[in-house]
Design a protein around this ligand. Structure first.
Ligand SMILES: *Cc1c(COP(=O)(O)O)cnc(C)c1O
Length: 292
């Protein structure tokens, strides 16, 4: 069984990133709760799992690509909580040659159902979801990335691990669920910075706005500048940055989310974006993979 241990979460200083004038840079190590399950995915899934259990469900179903951190977390969480699980996977390539992610999902007992990419694209359409529900009538359906009200509620709980005193909180963005949940939960006096790893990913701002409470509209900002080629892509600059960061701090970053975020934070520090007394907390949301 998978043990998730929230007591393992620590706050670690990023060595050498603080300044004499008083800037401090720390990381909230949500990656430490489990070697594979992304910290933020675990937080996002918990409220949905509790609700499914309370409503008498024994089967969880969701969507993701062949490298999805979300499906992997769902497989582990479902297994740990005694649920059956089904993953609807984008594309058929993972069927013939399962990725490490899909192998792990299967090990945890997840039933995988591969979909054509064109079909998968309809994953949020009501008519498509009706069909899924007919095919799996006993399943509690969770959207891709855990991007629902339960996911935002779970993300709000990350704020409980953030002590007072930080002026800036930095967060990687996929669906914006973690960012919106945290933005709602943290006081407006804490400024939030979001790093979008998709090329042209600023469209996410609109969905973030739609989820924010009153009074949380003007205390945040996002960038899609540090995409390094696009979602899931990396280049030698990013790989060099991530390995240099590990050498100096002992903190491993992933190439999809947290590596791009920290590259952005580094550049903002170099550009003197932050006031000289900034206390910056970067959320390490996990996403670490065994080297393949
Ligand atoms: C999924 C994921 C994110 C993005 O979270 P959203 O709530 O979808 O914005 C960030 N970091 C890691 C490591 C993730 O796995």
């Amino acid at each position: 069984m998978d043990t998730i241990d929230l007591v393992d979460i620590t706050i670690d200083a990023v060595p050498g990133w603080g300044t004499e004038s008083g800037i401090k840079v720390d990381m909230l190590r949500l990656d430490k709760i489990h070697p594979l399950v992304s910290g933020n995915k675990w937080f996002k899934l918990h409220p949905a799992i509790d609700a499914a259990k309370a409503a008498g469900y024994g089967h969880l179903l969701s969507f993701g690509g062949a490298h999805s951190n979300h499906l992997l977390a769902l497989a582990a969480a479902a297994h740990g909580a005694g649920f059956r699980s089904t993953g609807l996977v984008r594309g058929h390539h993972g069927a013939a040659k399962p990725t490490e992610t899909l192998k792990y999902c299967m090990q945890k007992g997840m039933h995988l159902h591969f979909l054509d990419r064109q079909v998968y694209r309809r994953k949020t359409e009501p008519s498509f979801l009706d069909g899924v529900q007919k095919q799996y009538p006993d399943a509690w359906v969770i959207p891709e990335g855990g991007a629902d009200a339960y996911g935002r509620k779970g993300s709000e709980q990350i704020a409980a691990h953030i002590p007072d005193g930080y002026t800036h909180v930095c967060c990687a963005i996929g669906t914006g669920t973690m960012f919106a949940g945290l933005r709602n939960a943290l006081p407006a006096s804490v400024y939030m910075l979001g790093f979008i790893p998709m090329k042209g990913g600023k469209y996410i701002d609109a969905s973030i706005v739609s989820y924010l409470r009153n009074g949380r509209n003007d205390c945040w900002q996002t960038w899609d500048r540090w995409h390094f080629g696009g979602f899931g892509k990396s280049n030698p600059d990013l790989r060099r940055f991530v390995s240099g960061f590990y050498d100096r701090s002992g903190i491993p970053l992933d190439l999809v989310y947290t590596g791009k975020m920290m590259a952005g934070v580094r550049e903002l520090l170099d550009q003197q974006f932050f006031p000289s007394s900034a206390k910056i907390l970067c959320i390490h949301s996990g996403g670490l993979r065994p080297v393949v």
